[in-house]
Design a binder for this molecule. Structure first.
Ligand SMILES: C[S@@+](CC[C@H](N)C(=O)[O-])C[C@H]1O[C@@H](n2cnc3c(N)ncnc32)[C@H](O)[C@@H]1O
Length: 282
């Protein structure tokens, strides 16, 4: 097992005494400058993760390779990213594993692309659809910087997700949609998913959530969708002062998850409609 020495091409994350983080790629011959001295990249190469590095003027930094969650929060953004707490839920509840074939749209800034590529590993594959030129470039750079190269199992497709039925030659295990109008793409997702495959849709608002869930139910191609949001509340702990942090990201988005059914169709749910669900009953 590697003991975590820094090598040229690695991303480095330096944390100062106030907990502030700076990230860069270790490059032969380059120098990292601060307001209190500099560090030569050549002197960082070969040091172990977790080391304390001291600049020419005595400023101290703890050095690590960034975690995926730190990297996506710090990387350049075009479109709004999916936050680490939701990335973790997509991977966990979507049961996204090594060797799987996964498709996402849109790629945006590439935060989800990085998490998906990490989960499927080199034995799986990811196809990411994106409409906008500028976001394609940002996603490409963010993914390349994270992995140190463009992953050979990643296809970044500059096209509408609706072209997936012609772009892809095989059925896939998972489809993840993060876009403004995912309800327009449910039929495409159902056409490319294998039976038993999982559709995951991430949206920011309740109106998007409602339209998406209703469209999934209407399609008759998916099991009953399950939707939820997650509130992550960070805590402060210092001696006896143990309390929630004063601020948190109270809302990011909603996740909706459904399974692709087979050729027998959907097993209809036998239950009474919830009160107020339909205007004719009010
Ligand atoms: C919120 S961003 C995605 C962010 C991304 N998941 C991330 O974590 O960085 C939504 C993206 O979907 C793209 N998009 C919207 N509709 C699309 C479509 N029909 N096909 C492909 N991309 C689409 C937009 O251009 C935008 O970049």
């Amino acid at each position: 097992m590697s003991l975590g020495e820094f090598e040229f091409g690695d991303r480095i994350q330096l944390q100062d005494e106030k907990g502030r983080m700076i990230s860069f790629t270790l490059t032969e011959g380059e120098t990292f400058h601060t307001h209190k001295g500099f560090l030569k990249h050549d002197d960082i190469a070969g040091r172990k993760e977790g080391s304390i590095l001291i600049t020419s003027s005595g400023m101290k930094f703890q050095a690590f390779k960034p975690l995926l969650s730190d990297y996506v929060l710090g990387m350049k953004r075009g479109a709004t990213i999916i936050y680490p707490k939701d990335l973790a839920l997509i991977i966990g509840y979507g049961d996204i594993r090594p060797g799987m074939k996964v498709v996402e749209a849109g790629a945006g800034s590439g935060a989800l692309s990085i998490a998906l590529l990490n989960a499927v590993t080199e034995s799986g594959s990811l196809a990411s659809f994106e409409l906008r030129d500028d976001f394609i470039r940002i996603a490409e750079k963010n993914v390349e910087d994270f992995f140190g190269k463009s992953p050979g199992n990643w296809k970044l497709i500059h096209n509408d997700f609706s072209s997936a039925t012609s772009e892809l030659s095989v059925h896939v295990d998972r489809v993840i949609l993060d876009m403004l109008a995912p309800w327009d793409q449910i039929d495409v997702a159902s056409a490319i998913l294998r039976p038993g495959g999982v559709l995951i849709v991430y949206v920011a608002t309740t109106t998007q959530l409602s339209r998406t869930a209703e469209k999934i139910k209407e399609s008759s191609a998916f099991s009953e969708p399950m939707s939820f949001e997650t509130l992550l509340r960070p805590w402060h702990h210092e001696g006896l002062a143990v309390r929630p942090e004063h601020s948190m990201n109270a809302h990011t988005g909603f996740l909706t998850i459904a399974r692709r059914v087979g050729s027998d169709g959907v097993l209809a749910r036998r239950r009474r409609p919830a009160k107020g669900a339909y205007s004719s009953e009010i």
